[in-house]
Design a protein around this ligand. Structure first.
Ligand SMILES: NC(=O)c1ccc[n+]([C@@H]2O[C@H](COP(=O)([O-])OP(=O)(O)OC[C@H]3O[C@@H](n4cnc5c(N)ncnc54)[C@H](OP(=O)(O)O)[C@@H]3O)[C@@H](O)[C@H]2O)c1
Length: 364
């Protein structure tokens, strides 16, 4: 009990100090169940309170990067449900874009090594979940330096900071590390990316493996869909729903196979990986392998949209796009077995999404 009280209080001090340093504000963090606030504490004093490894601790201090993105928001919602996690969400914006989630927030651009060092010193995380990335595949192809800076180089900064602190890094990665010739893939298949985004994400995986951290995990995922608040980038399901609801025609590929992943399930899987303190590579995606066109047809069917608006095309229809791997998708047996990961069936996930969007479901 004494240890819990001390650690908990120290976590709160560090959060308040972090906010004070960055924004000149006193303890205005959204932290439940704490009757007091501390306006200033030097970060050097905060780290005196922290043991350096999670082994002796009763709860985890989780740092989430890219917390305003699709996955970041779902993770904030998921992780802050558990009293044993002390969550600090970070993103490029001055303020959080997600709603709810009882945790602290601090601005952090992961390409700024000094800012990363400062956050690590103030918060002393023992788990870091890196959701920050340049995720637009064509933008990565056109802006290689900017892509490399956030997707690869910044991961080295995070990995080195984790190593110095004995923290666990969970690096979120992608099916685009594979060439898509023979999916669905297991974790031990040799990667061979076909575009720059995939190359940058593979480089980040290699950094996570080779940085010398004793605790790390790579979570690969596939075609993530879901909703969040003021997310900067739409996703396949939201975009299709919007287009079809407005009666707009869409052109969707019939020659790319994926195992689409509902973001809430992905967040649950990552929470389980943190809970079980797993190291290594894990594939977390949906279970059903289907073409993107079939995925669009399923969305039309579940929500009663006119499916004649969905025009089948092949990849070469999008002439200027970066190459995509044709057939990826994951075998998720390892995650099912070791994490008890249970993604919802596709139609059930779409119904769940529809409920969040207040969208009537016609054919569950
Ligand atoms: N979405 C998919 O289909 C998919 C599939 C496979 C793997 N993944 C992986 O899943 C992870 C999460 O992706 P997501 O779907 O949540 O994408 P997302 O919605 O685009 O979120 C990425 C977040 O990273 C932030 N970010 C970009 N540069 C940053 C920087 N320098 N410092 C701090 N934050 C930065 C973005 O900020 P802004 O909001 O300001 O742009 C955004 O909030 C990524 O690693 C991605 O590669 C995604």
């Amino acid at each position: 009990m004494v240890r819990w009280g001390l650690t908990s209080f120290a976590g709160f001090l560090a959060l308040s100090a972090g906010r004070t340093r960055r924004n000149g504000l006193a303890g205005v963090w959204d932290i439940p169940n704490l009757p007091y606030s501390v306006s200033y504490l030097p970060s050097s004093l905060c780290i005196l309170f922290y043991p350096s490894s999670s082994g002796s601790m009763l709860y985890n201090r989780i740092l989430i990067t890219g917390a305003n993105g699709l996955l970041g928001q779902a993770l904030v919602a998921r992780m802050s449900r558990f009293p044993e996690y002390d969550v600090l969400a970070t993103g490029r914006d001055d303020a959080p874009r997600y709603e709810g989630g009882s945790c602290g927030y601090a601005p952090l651009d992961i390409t700024d090594p000094e800012a990363v060092r400062s956050i690590f010193q103030d918060f002393a995380p023992n788990v870091v979940i890196n959701c920050a990335a340049m995720t637009q595949v064509d933008r990565c192809e056109a802006n290689k330096e900017a892509c490399w800076a956030v997707n690869a180089r910044a991961v080295k900064t995070l990995a080195e900071a984790c190593k110095a602190l004995g923290a666990r890094l969970i690096q979120v990665s992608t099916d685009f590390v594979f060439d898509g010739e023979d999916g669905p893939y297991r974790e031990d298949t040799r990667p061979n990316p076909v575009n720059y985004y995939g190359r940058s994400k593979l480089a980040a995986e290699n950094v996570a493996r080779e940085a010398g951290m004793s605790k790390w995990a790579i979570v690969r995922t596939v075609l993530v869909y879901g909703t969040g608040h003021h997310i900067s980038r739409t996703n396949i399901a939201l975009w299709l729903i919007e287009q079809l609801a407005n009666g707009e025609p869409v052109h969707i590929v019939t020659d790319q196979w994926r195992t689409p992943t509902y973001v809430d399930d992905l967040a649950t899987g990552i929470e389980r990986l943190v809970h079980f303190e797993k190291t290594g590579v894990y594939h977390l995606s949906g279970r059903e392998l289907l073409t993107v066109h079939d995925f669009a047809q399923t969305i039309a069917d579940v929500f009663g949209f006119d499916d004649s608006l969905i025009h089948p095309v092949t990849s070469d229809y999008f002439e200027s796009a970066a190459p995509r791997p044709p057939r990826t998708g994951f075998i998720i047996l390892k995650a099912e077995t070791e994490l008890d990961y249970k993604p919802r069936p596709l139609r059930e996930a779409l119904v769940h999404l529809g409920n969040k969007l207040d969208l009537p479901v016609t054919s569950p």
